[in-house]
Design a protein around this ligand. Sequence first.
Ligand code: NAD
Length: 293
Amino acid sequence: MATIIDGKSLAQKLRSEIKEEVYHYLNSGERPPHLAAILVGDDGASKTYVASKERDCDFVGFDSTVHRLPSDITENELLKLIESINSNEDIDGLIVQLPLPKHINSSVVTDSINPEIDVDGFHTINVGRLTKNEDTYISATPFGVIKMLEEYGIETKGKHCVVIGRSNIVGRPMSILMSRGGYPGESTVTICHRYTENLKSHTYVADIVIVAVGIPHFLKGDMVKEGAVVIDVGITRVDSDNNKGYKLVGDADFDSLLDKSSAITPVPGGVGPMTRYGLLYNTLKSYKRKLNL
Ligand code: NAD
């Protein structure tokens, strides 16, 4: 039976540590850390994510500002708003919730954020720093996964890690982090994606499988070897007759993997809460850097 990696409790513990640290700064007369978020349009999942980020800020004692913009806002108007936030000395972190409407170029937008307050770590400069293993803001999800592996003491050195998914926000940075020097890292990494042939031949020889494809129950028990560590990044909303009308489902087929793996993250309660922690961590990092704390 696998160890169930409890991202929810771990994130709670780590959030409380941030809260204590902030309390200490406020008591010594400093201003609170401040995270600004921009939400364009009214996508349900994006609204939920931004609302939870606001709640997290509130819990740890950060100020937060959410700019809610209509979906027909022009790219230029959005860039102007980002420019004004970039020049506000009292803002420590700025995130633009993705996805953006099709008429707006996400790449231009993320690269318009001042890299020093780009706490999502999506700016090209921060991606470059990550690639060179330099100090940077590691984007929240890969950061959360790394922190989880560290806190659970999972061995990564010399291990074979298979990352399924190659997106800029999850799979790609995840693969870079797992192969970098230091702990967690030093793994031999294979990246699989939609054109990978015979996926099972890769996943079956992996010591660690990180799955981020967005297809419910994609990774089955018969695709991994006995004792593999399974990290499930996927979150898909599927209809449910509960009071919300939907439930969250991961990419890993938890039931068939539970007996096979040595450790596994559940959905919900695994990587998701750790991602939320990652954003708080990065915002605090920017704040401390700005105020020389
Ligand atoms: P994406 O759509 O950008 O990328 C999906 C990747 O999966 C692609 O690289 C694609 O090549 C690969 N893929 C698709 N079908 C495949 C197949 N049949 N075999 C192998 N690879 C295949 O998605 P993303 O933004 O990386 O997100 C992936 C999942 O992670 C989604 O469910 C998303 O909601 C979730 N997510 C969770 C968190 C979190 O906090 N837990 C954060 C970000 C994303």
